[in-house]
Design a binder for this molecule. Structure first.
Ligand code: ATP
Ligand code: MG
Length: 364
């Protein structure tokens, strides 16, 4: 399970349980950040796992749909809120890679568990050159805001398939393959056109009321693709993120305030209600500063072996510190597992808030 890596300009040669690969830490020509290039012992390339591309966001739905899709139909799928993973088959085993291009010990272990309960093994027996793009949700290491409706453990949803030529399969082909092999997928709400904007608004109002993250809209050939998220999901992010704001990208809050405001206007939601809730999200989010200790979030993960957790923890540690608070043997879905309760401490925010609360002067 041990993984070794060394920095080499903007690429790193890494190793995961005997699998050697080059990780692209930044974009380099046609190879985007997050590309993995599998190599042999002499560092000759065996196979390239392409980076997962950014999905564009629209802020104004009606003109955005017209601009991107014209009169062409598109699929609306639920945008699942977890972390992005590419799953591929190599040399007789299943491997899961993160968006940043690391082989993930945690997800790779879970993929092995999911394989026991669906047609994943058969899928790769029939389509060895495909790559499954999945969102991993539930009790996971990278994402502590978990959907309470999911049962304990990690859950996966296949939202795209990259074909042997490196292109995304059209959504309808992917839906058929997911059905045929029993692979879990995000809910598909159907096909729409820009002319059916009222139906799209209705769908988004419903997702907003159910506190779902939003939609990804995909042309019937697999492109263009765009994302649109709900204000209730932005409000949850906002409240949750205030305590570690110094570890986030500049623009995190500004961007959410802009898109919430535009959504509330375009979909005709209650302005007064949102004005109150945006204010409350700020006050609630900052309330822990009254008895402040650190900026951290806690979560649980279930793993088969302690080494899987240690390797994952080591991989995540950097700007954040990941601490193990407790380890408990449990049975999950008929399997013996370890339930790990962990804490992720945001270093930069913890330092900044501590000095602010001790009264140190700051230059704005
Ligand atoms: P970026 O802006 O670089 O794409 P991000 O992590 O901020 O990164 P998100 O706002 O979460 O991106 O939106 C894009 C991500 O949504 C995808 O990378 C994918 O992991 C996830 N996703 C969830 N459900 C779907 C879906 N049905 N179709 C496509 N992507 C989905
Ligand atoms: Mg996401």
């Amino acid at each position: 399970m041990a993984e070794r890596g060394h920095a080499k300009h903007d690429t790193q040669v890494r190793e995961f349980a005997g699998l050697r690969y080059v990780r692209y830490a930044v974009d380099r020509g046609p190879r985007g950040r997050g590309t993995l290039c599998l190599v042999d012992n002499a560092d000759r390339e065996i196979r390239v796992i392409p980076a997962f591309p950014h999905i564009n966001r629209v802020y104004c739905l009606a003109p955005g749909l017209r601009k991107l899709f014209g009169d062409e139909p598109f699929f609306a799928e639920e945008k699942m809120d977890g972390y992005n993973t590419r799953v591929f088959w190599h040399d007789g085993r299943l491997i899961a890679a993160t968006r940043g291009g690391f082989v993930c010990p945690f997800t790779t272990e879970w993929i092995g568990l999911w394989k026991e309960r669906c047609g994943l093994g058969q899928f790769f027996a029939d389509h060895a050159d495909c790559i499954l793009c999945c969102e991993i949700c539930g009790d996971v290491p990278y994402h502590c805001q978990r959907d309470p409706r999911l049962p304990p453990g990690a859950h996966w949803f296949v939202f795209d398939i990259i074909g042997p030529g490196g292109l995304f399969l059209p959504p309808a082909d992917r839906h058929r393959l997911a059905d045929r092999y029993g692979l879990p997928a995000p809910p598909v709400f159907g096909q729409f056109t820009a002319g059916q904007i009222e139906q799209v608004y209705e769908l988004l109002r419903d997702l907003n009321e159910r506190h779902r993250e939003g939609v990804v809209l995909k042309g019937t050939h697999g492109h263009p693709v765009l994302k649109f998220v709900t204000p209730n999901s932005d409000l949850t992010d906002l409240r949750h993120a205030l305590l570690h704001q110094f570890d986030l990208q500049v623009g995190f809050f500004r961007n959410r305030l802009l898109r919430m405001t535009l959504f509330i206007d375009e979909l005709g939601l209650d302005q007064q209600d949102y004005a109150r809730r945006i204010g409350e999200a700020y006050l609630d989010g900052f309330r822990p500063l009254q008895s402040y200790h650190e900026s951290s979030e806690v979560g649980d993960v279930y793993v088969r072996s302690p080494e899987t957790w240690e390797a994952t923890r080591a991989m995540m540690t950097g700007q954040v510190i990941v601490l193990t608070d407790s380890v408990e043997p449990v049975e999950l879905d008929g399997r013996p597992m370890l339930k790990i309760h962990f804490r992720r401490v945001f270093r930069k925010s913890t330092g900044r808030y501590r000095t602010i609360l001790k009264g140190f002067p700051h230059t704005d």
